[in-house]
Design a protein around this ligand. Structure first.
Ligand SMILES: NC(=O)C1=CN([C@@H]2O[C@H](COP(=O)(O)OP(=O)(O)OC[C@H]3O[C@@H](n4cnc5c(N)ncnc54)[C@H](OP(=O)(O)O)[C@@H]3O)[C@@H](O)[C@H]2O)C=CC1
Ligand SMILES: O=C(O)[C@@H]1CCC=N1
Length: 275
């Protein structure tokens, strides 16, 4: 794991796809020192926020023929790769590092569609990157130089924690655990609020308490050196209320097998998106 970095930003960067994830990372990169005048964004339907960011910082938005940059970040939907490939390939020069965050698309899939790509990093970030608290797993394919890998590390670390992976197959597992993971936590907040309403709380009180509980527990986990199970035990008084709830969540067909099933389903879906 590497700590967030602000140095080592690429000399120039093109972002293809400035939607929820690409847009979240772009703001972090500019904050971390990426030169906005050396940055281009390509997106057929940029959000008002992205258009405003580009206008405010002097980032080129949808230039007619973007010249190859040091880094091309692919943040379009995996299903859109085929249709976008010819235009994307024209954005790749001899020394361009391609960083793909497309779920499921393998290095072989990418190089088959982008014949100019010689150096490819597959990265799987997550949405908390939008507040600099992302978690990214990354795999550098053979062909990526040490310097290019350092640039990729600086870019990804600007949005949070980075774990470099030795095997490409691990990217799909990362996708299932931390790429999709924030949605599992948001679902927990949703269902905790619903349970609070069922227990008799006013809806706005239940939602406020569930939100504060999930974000507070996350912040405590972050601030503490203790493992999650130790923190769980710290909440659980012997014979008390938490123990009664955890008896339900942890018994037999409780949360653990359900979570394993969910992660396996996401991993399978990533594999299906390959090709
Ligand atoms: N959302 C997340 O939490 C995460 C997403 N990812 C990956 O990030 C990628 C993007 O996901 P997400 O941001 O959620 O999706 P979005 O749909 O929000 O963003 C994709 C953007 O790319 C645009 N786009 C479509 N075609 C092109 C093109 N040819 N050239 C440039 N831009 C294009 C889309 O425009 P339009 O809407 O008009 O099609 C849209 O604005 C996916 O591959 C996903 O697997 C990875 C980790 C986490
Ligand atoms: O749901 C998806 O396919 C993308 C990849 C990880 C998070 N969102």
């Amino acid at each position: 794991m590497s700590a967030p970095a602000t140095a080592g930003m690429p000399a120039s960067l093109t972002l293809a796809g400035a939607g929820k994830m690409g847009g979240a990372m772009l703001a972090g990169w500019i904050e971390a020192g990426l030169d906005p005048r050396a940055t281009a964004v390509v997106d057929p339907s940029p959000s008002p926020e992205i258009a405003a960011l580009c206008a405010a910082r002097g980032i080129r938005l949808n230039p007619e023929a973007p010249e190859p940059a040091a880094v091309l970040v692919l943040a379009i939907k995996p299903q859109g790769l085929e249709a976008a490939a010819r235009a994307l390939d024209r954005m790749i020069g001899d020394d361009t590092l391609v960083v793909s965050i497309l779920a499921g698309k393998t290095v072989a899939d990418l190089t088959a569609r982008l014949p100019r790509a010689r150096a490819v990093v597959r990265a799987m970030p997550n949405l908390p990157a939008s507040i600099g608290r992302g978690a990214t797993g990354a795999f550098a394919a053979p062909g990526v130089s040490a310097g290019q890998r350092a640039v990729a590390d600086a870019l990804l670390a600007a949005t949070g924690t980075v774990a470099w992976l030795d095997a490409e197959a691990a990217v799909d597992a990362v996708t299932a655990v931390s790429g999709s993971g924030p949605a599992y936590v948001f679902l927990l907040a949703e269902t905790l609020a619903e349970a609070g309403i069922a227990a008799g709380l006013a809806p706005e009180v239940a939602r406020a308490l569930a939100r504060a509980t999930v974000s507070g527990a996350g912040a405590l986990l972050d601030a503490s050196e203790a493992e999650p199970d130790a923190l769980r035990r710290a909440v659980t008084s012997p014979g008390g209320t938490t123990a009664a709830a955890l008896d339900v969540l942890m018994r037999g067909d409780g949360l653990a097998p359900l979570m394993r099933e969910a992660v396996a389903a996401a991993q399978r879906r990533a594999a299906e998106l390959a090709g």
